[in-house]
Design a protein around this ligand. Structure first.
Ligand code: KG4
Ligand code: ZN
Length: 344
């Protein structure tokens, strides 16, 4: 089974080829250079860039896998959540290829891709609690089985990755901020500034574990206003902010895993590429009695391999999607798929 997968939910144009569920190629064409000067993703520029980059990206993925389009047996694409203009580019391309080549089409939820991305490196047994921390989402799920996910909590305001991006912008480091903060923090003192850690009381039942990242962003802004934005102190600010953000993520994830009685924690999404988060999650695992599993960094940030993996599982179960599947800006894992009405 040769599967082509496409991911264009935000600002990375990605395509991958999976053969019998194993990744043969995975190409990610970054748009960082397009959005860098704006300090965030500009949706209109993102969809235009996807239009330009998608065909060459698919061609590279096919070329690296040593396959032609004629050898593809199924096509998958992310249908949501994400920027609708961006999603439509990948989704329409996938549906077009499936229609023209008369092969099955599968629409994949981007969040499910992140939740299962860890399985690209090695099989990880269910159940596990998954901390999904990216630029658009920060949530905790109980993954009971393939396709069976319960939301345990989510951010009440900013996503963790968004906080990294906003702090990077405050420090004049451009977009995206996660990796730059990660690098800069290595040279700083994480104990230099004590930024507040928001700890939300479980609400709406004891199994609810929410996050809040807007306070720490404001705290960094206030600190820079009060103490002046001295570039010599930027590494300390980055390290202190990063340490606080990691405390909030890990404390809440560990508490959630304890509360549902699951001893395996998966950390996924763009922020899980953070070197300090990875180091601390693994170091704390033994103390808190958890097995912590984190995908390889290339599978933490957006990629099409994770979309292909979900599609491969669903195809193996005999599932298919209709070509009426539409793009959706908001797409909870338990929400029905957004199909367009059939033409009359
Ligand atoms: O999963 P992802 O690629 O896209 C979304 O679905 O949002 O996540 C992107 C986010 C950005 O906010 C980026 O700053 C953050 O992940 N990120 C990081 C690191 N690499 C990417 N945050 C902290 N440390 C990193 N090394
Ligand atoms: Zn993502």
């Amino acid at each position: 089974m040769n599967l082509l997968a496409i991911e264009t939910s935000c600002d990375d144009t990605a395509a991958a080829v999976l053969v019998d569920g194993a990744v043969r190629s995975s190409i990610v064409a970054s748009q960082d250079a397009v959005h860098h000067v704006y300090g965030g993703v500009v949706p209109e520029l993102a969809s235009r860039s996807h239009m330009r980059a998608l065909t060459p990206t698919i061609e590279r993925a096919l070329g690296d896998a040593g396959l032609s389009l004629a050898a593809i047996d199924a096509v998958a694409a992310t249908y949501g959540p994400g920027l609708v203009g961006s999603l439509l580019v990948g989704l329409c391309a996938a549906k077009g290829i499936a229609y023209a080549r008369r092969v099955p089409f599968i629409g994949v939820n981007h969040l499910e891709g992140h939740l299962l991305s860890v399985q690209l490196d090695r099989p990880v047994a269910f159940p596990y609690v998954a901390l999904l921390a990216s630029g658009g989402h920060t949530s905790l799920y109980l993954a009971r089985a393939l396709g069976d996910y319960a939301l345990l909590g989510s951010t009440r305001d900013d996503a963790a990755g968004e906080a990294f991006d906003k702090v990077a912008k405050l420090l004049g480091l451009g977009y995206p901020g996660g990796r730059v903060i990660d690098d800069l923090a290595r040279r700083g003192d994480a104990a230099a500034i004590r930024f507040p850690r928001a700890r939300l009381k479980p609400s709406g039942g004891s199994h609810r574990f929410d996050f809040s990242f807007s306070g720490i962003k404001t705290a960094v802004a206030l600190h820079l206003r009060e103490h002046g934005a001295d570039p010599a102190r930027h590494a300390d600010v980055a390290a202190s902010f990063q340490e606080a953000a990691i405390d909030m993520l890990l404390d809440t994830a560990f508490a959630a895993a304890r509360s549902v009685g699951v001893d395996r924690l998966v950390v996924a999404g763009g922020v899980s590429a953070n070197s300090r988060l990875r180091e601390r999650a693994v170091a704390a695992a033994a103390d808190v009695g958890l097995e912590v599993v984190i995908p390889a960094p290339r599978y933490c940030t957006d990629n099409a391999a994770m979309i292909g993996l979900v599609a491969a599982y669903r195809l193996a179960r005999g599932e298919r999607d209709d070509l009426t599947l539409n793009a959706a800006a908001v797409a909870d894992l338990d929400a029905p798929r957004p199909n367009e009405p059939a033409p009359q």
